[in-house]
Ligand binder design. Structure first.
Ligand code: NAP
Length: 308
């Protein structure tokens, strides 16, 4: 039995070694090290090359190396019969919750302004941005972890999702497109942890930014497809909202001449808010491999029709 690794933008060495330790009788190799047409049925992918599917035509299960699966679900070349699974990792959620809390505190305590002032040798005073109402768009594994962390830190948390959420750390659970705008009307901070699907394309646009309070701050750690970028630029330039922090973009890396680079109210990070630790997720990939070989139901299976 064998596993193919198709990971493009980072080294897969840790993962390959850890999988070999977990599954000593299984061959684990980079996809191109298998002969074309080899009988490999299980793969682990992240930004997989398009040749993978024709090179290994017998794949039946593909595990995404991360929580996001848009790169697999919307890969038009992948076989339609493929089962897709994803990573659900407490460490990923904890990293994201830390990033969001740090970003909110940076904004509320004007840390960017002081950092810039320091570069120019200036001693300035600015009042903090107060307001503890936050709305989280996307209340799944990661969104709910962010919600818990913010609640523990004194924020009043509302969520927006497809289905109703009930938890003592959620004030109001908004549901469906018809409640999206209501969900942000009183939010001092709006955080998106939405996945990329055909339904979430540009869902965060002019109407949402106009509905947010003027002191509102927007954070996107989900996927770049969800934000109408021109609408965000307009909202920042016309002070419809106070600022934003983006970790994800429609095009990554963010192109050199993209107008986002010129906006002082915008903080940019290069898709680093939560990074999969290959050593930590190997057990769940190995477990799914075992389940597959035994004909058992897979863990963390993705609903391809829903897109996440
Ligand atoms: P998840 O458990 O699948 O949760 C997705 C959430 O989005 C669910 O609450 C879902 O609603 C909601 N949702 C999906 N489509 C919607 C729609 N059309 N309208 C309203 N709500 C919708 O995913 P997760 O593990 O929390 O991860 C979320 C995303 O974070 C991933 O897909 C990935 O893109 C992103 N991510 C980014 C990084 C980074 O470094 N920036 C790292 C990891 C993950 P229901 O609960 O009602 O189904």
């Amino acid at each position: 039995m064998s596993i193919a690794i198709a990971i493009s933008n980072r080294s897969a060495k840790t993962l390959i070694n850890a999988l070999k330790t977990q599954l000593p009788n299984v061959e684990v190799r980079n996809w191109h090290e298998y002969e074309a047409g080899a009988d490999v049925k299980f793969a682990v992918c992240w930004q997989q090359p398009s040749e993978l599917w024709s090179h290994l035509p017998h794949l039946q299960v593909v595990s995404s190396l991360g929580a996001g699966v848009d790169g697999l679900v919307y890969d038009m070349n992948r076989p339609s019969v493929l089962n897709i699974t994803r990573i659900v990792d407490p460490s990923l959620s904890a990293q994201m919750a830390d990033y969001v809390l740090a970003t909110i505190l940076n904004h509320q305590r004007n840390m960017q302004t002081y950092w810039r002032a320091q570069q120019e040798g200036q001693w300035i005073f600015k009042r903090r941005n107060v307001g503890n109402h936050v709305t989280i768009l996307g209340a799944g594994e990661i969104g709910l972890a962010v919600a818990r962390k913010l609640h523990l830190n004194g924020y009043q948390v509302s969520t927006w999702s497809q289905s109703l959420k009930e938890a003592d750390y959620i004030c109001t659970s908004y549901v469906g497109m018809e409640q999206l705008i209501d969900s942000v009307k009183n939010a001092d901070v709006v955080i998106s942890v939405l996945p990329a699907t055909t339904q979430t394309n540009d869902v965060i646009g002019e109407a949402l930014f106009t509905a947010m309070p003027e002191q509102g701050y927007f954070i996107n750690v989900g996927r770049g497809n969800t934000v109408d970028e021109q609408a965000l630029i307009n909202a920042l330039n016309s002070a419809d909202i106070a600022g934003a922090a983006l970790d994800v973009f429609k095009q990554e890396p963010l192109p050199e001449h993209h107008p986002f680079w010129q906006l002082p109210q915008l903080t940019i990070t290069p898709h680093i808010s939560a990074i999969t630790d290959q050593g930590e997720v190997v057990q769940q990939i190995a477990e799914n491999y075992r389940r597959f070989t035994l004909g058992k139901a897979l863990n963390n299976q993705v609903d391809v029709n829903r897109g996440y």
